[in-house]
Design a protein around this ligand. Structure first.
Ligand code: HDE
Length: 713
């Protein structure tokens, strides 16, 4: 077994291939003498079937693609480690959670859900947040999302949900978007989705960075200790950089300017040593409290408010190495919520139970063989011995004649492990029940937590939800669907529904349909469900907002500032800003009308990072226009104007000093600037220390949403 307790990367060196200073060969190891010309009968003659080099190369190429994931196809990942900070041996016997300082190698993959592999990172979507722990007791996968609840309560609805959200089957449109009829048709008939709809219409669906989003295990799981006692647990990842979002208009523009925005951000942060970090927290619920709450712990459309059960931090995850090869690692990694180690177990959440079937099944078609566990990225560091044999692409060479159990010829090996020897056992839960197809009445509340989420939001965030719904339902063509949605929204919040209704030119229906009767014949009422609202014991929770989220900090680490420059710009201003940003682990980039270099007021050539053609405000967190700019050249440049306007529109910090403040006054938004706007920092002074500090402090507030028209007020 590899000794990885010190958190070292797993040793994949045997599988790595480095071609530096090596000969080109065929797959059979034969050196190739000519890779540019196929074997032909004469210079101008036909190619020969005999050309095994050409055939091998093209055959391999023809089979290069594997099926993309049915959901979560678009993803990016990285290696790192998990370190225990507060061990919990009294709650779980999971080996990797036993001692403070214990490190376990991990690979994390973040993803969108609806889009294809090549779709934009910035779709309005829930993000997958999957972590594979390579523990000494075997693989543990925590396969979660960046939202703590889900659309549906039962696994049987998952294919329907995904069919509804994916591009419509007749014309394969739209890509990576929920703003279309089939999605909202389904949702408008599924009131259980209303809580998740609030999340997905909120800014949580538009992360600024994969490094700035929370993660959740979603379902209730179980922990089991040495004494075989169990508690329920909810898992939380809390990002060190806080939880932040971009604006919807910005997200759409980013999709055009750089559809790899999140992927690149993650990659660059790791390359630059700004290692993304999250704390792992647990909410522990004693089994005796199982029925204590106004919601059912087994219902995945519900969360456990942190006010009722606080989150205890038990460890941290740091991602510190990019993959060597996207396909081999990020694409071939195979997660499964059923990959658990002794000490962790499942609850009876019917969505989780369905997932326990799905993931191995999907790997069989995606990776093509039951031997996907042998692919290097999926391999356990704990030894693997069993009687599973053969199959496509088997790597292991099992020796001996015994592949069955019980056996005497192999001395009874491999042995079953007793519990005391680390053998996995499921929690000994007593079940005495009828076999039925029915939901528990305790799952009937579809609006209580949707209201809790909405009521927890700041006015700005509520306004964003109104806008998101206006956008999404505004793209729905079927009037009846829009109206059904307004009916459901009015059960969450009357004002929300009214504001959305104005935006889409419809009215709230006076009587709501009973949606779940759709698809059920009148004779067969089995499976239909009451849709109710249960008053929640807390009115609001700051943990549910992004803007008041207790995890947020004013750090600007790894944030990017665009410094708009041209010849004649003040060198001292640029340097002051760049150095001050570096001290905060942030970066300033020189943007100019052309690539190459510009000449400062001190006649020094400064390298340009991006031209105005390839850069855009939406790719940066703030903009600085330094003193010394040739005002006319730059102020008359439409690209600069658009750059600054977008920065203003997306509520970012804009700073200008010296004569550069004239540039600001020349762009269209200038007339809108309010004195109270702390995000617009203008000074006549040149290279003032105070100005730079004010700029950085303002960046720590991230966005100045007060600039927007608030649709919820
Ligand atoms: Fe998944 N899900 N899922 N899911 N899921 C997959 O497995 C499925 C659900 C999640 O980075 C698939 O390997 C069913 C909830 C993530 O590789 C597939 C149901 C949550 C990822 C599958 C759910 C998730 C997947 C597709 C309802 C949040 C990406 C490719 C019963 C807790 C993992 C694959 C990665 C991937 C099935 C519901 C998270 C088809 C049937 C709830 C993060 O097996």
């Amino acid at each position: 077994m590899e000794n990885l307790q010190d958190g070292k990367q797993r040793d994949l060196s045997k599988n790595k291939s480095d071609s530096t200073n090596k000969f080109l060969t065929t797959d059979q190891g034969v050196k190739i003498n000519d890779d540019n010309n196929s074997l032909k009968a004469g210079e101008r003659g036909p190619s020969l079937l005999e050309d095994f080099i050409l055939r091998e190369k093209i055959t391999h190429f023809d089979h290069e693609r594997i099926p993309e994931r049915i959901v979560h196809a678009r993803g990016s990942g990285a290696h790192g480690f998990f370190e225990v900070t507060t061990p919990i041996p009294e709650l779980t016997k999971a080996g990797f959670l036993q001692e403070a300082g214990m490190k376990t190698p991990v690979f994390a993959r973040f993803s969108t859900v609806a889009g294809s592999r090549g779709s934009s990172d910035l779709a309005r979507d829930v993000r997958g947040f999957s972590v594979k722990f390579y523990t000494q007791q075997g693989i543990y996968d925590l396969v979660g999302n960046n939202m703590p609840v889900f659309f549906i309560q039962d696994a049987s609805k998952f294919p329907d949900l995904i069919h509804a959200v994916k591009p419509e089957p007749h014309n394969e449109m739209p890509q990576a978007a929920s703003a279309h009829d089939t999605f909202w048709d389904f949702i408008s008939l599924m009131p259980e989705s209303m809580h998740m709809i609030m999340w997905i219409m909120s800014d949580r669906a538009l992360p600024r960075s994969l490094r700035m989003m929370e993660g959740f295990g979603v379902h209730t799981f179980r922990l089991i200790n040495e004494a075989n006692e169990s508690v329920f647990v909810k898992f939380h990842w809390k990002p060190k950089l806080g939880t932040h979002a971009v604006a919807w208009d910005e997200a759409q523009k980013i999709s055009g300017k750089n559809s790899d925005f999140h992927r690149q951000d993650l990659w660059e942060a790791i390359e630059m040593g700004n290692f993304p970090e999250w704390e792992l927290g647990v909410q522990i619920i004693p089994t005796s409290d199982e029925n204590k709450y106004e919601f059912d712990l087994l219902d995945p459309t519900k969360l456990v408010p942190e006010e009722l059960v606080p989150v205890t931090i038990i460890g941290r995850m740091v991602l510190n190495k990019n993959p060597d090869n996207f396909f081999a690692e990020t694409e071939q990694i195979a997660f499964h919520p059923g990959h658990v180690v002794p000490g962790i177990d499942f609850s009876n959440d019917p969505l989780l139970q369905g997932r326990l079937f799905s993931y191995t099944d999907t790997q069989l078609s995606r990776l093509g063989s039951p031997n996907f566990h042998e692919i290097p990225i999926n391999r356990s560091i704990a030894p693997v011995h069993n009687n599973q044999r053969d199959g496509h692409m088997r790597q292991e060479i099992n020796i001996g004649r015994v592949s069955y159990q019980p056996n005497s010829l192999g001395g009874g090996c491999p042995y079953q492990a007793k519990i005391s020897e680390g053998g996995f056992t499921s929690f000994n839960e007593r079940i005495d029940a009828y076999k039925i197809r029915q939901r528990s009445e305790s799952f009937n509340d579809h609006f209580g937590q949707a209201k809790l989420f909405f009521n927890s939001q700041t006015s700005t965030e509520k306004s964003h939800i109104v806008k998101a719904l206006r956008f999404e339902l505004g793209k729905v063509e079927t009037m009846a669907i829009r109206i059904r949605m307004l009916g459901l929204l009015s059960k969450v919040d009357k004002v929300l529904a009214e504001k959305v209704a104005i935006g889409i030119g419809s009215t709230i229906p006076p009587v709501l349909e009973t949606p779940l009767n759709h698809g059920v014949s009148p004779e067969n009422e089995m499976g239909t469900q009451e849709s109710t609202t249960v008053e929640q014991s807390i009115a609001a929770s700051d943990a549910l907002t992004m803007l008041k989220n207790p995890t947020n900090t004013s750090t600007i680490a790894s944030r990017k500032v665009a410094i708009i420059c041209d010849n004649g710009v003040s060198e001292v201003c640029i340097l002051k800003m760049k150095n001050a940003l570096l001290k905060e682990d942030a970066n300033g980039f020189i943007i100019a009308p052309h690539l190459g270099s510009i000449t400062t007021d001190e006649k020094v050539a400064v390298a340009v990072d991006f031209s105005l053609l390839t850069a855009s405000s939406v790719l940066f967190d703030a903009v600085y226009v330094p003193h010394g700019l040739e005002i006319n050249a730059i102020a008359e440049n439409d690209d600069v104007s658009e750059f600054l306007n977008d920065a203003y529109k997306h509520c970012k910090v804009i700073g200008a000093d010296g004569q550069a403040i004239k540039v600001i006054s020349a762009v269209p938004f200038a007339s809108k600037i309010k004195n109270s706007d702390d995000g617009i920092i203008l000074t006549n002074e040149i290279a003032s220390e105070g100005f730079v500090q004010q700029f950085i402090t303002a960046m720590g507030k991230h966005r100045f949403w007060e600039r927007e028209v608030n649709l919820y007020k």
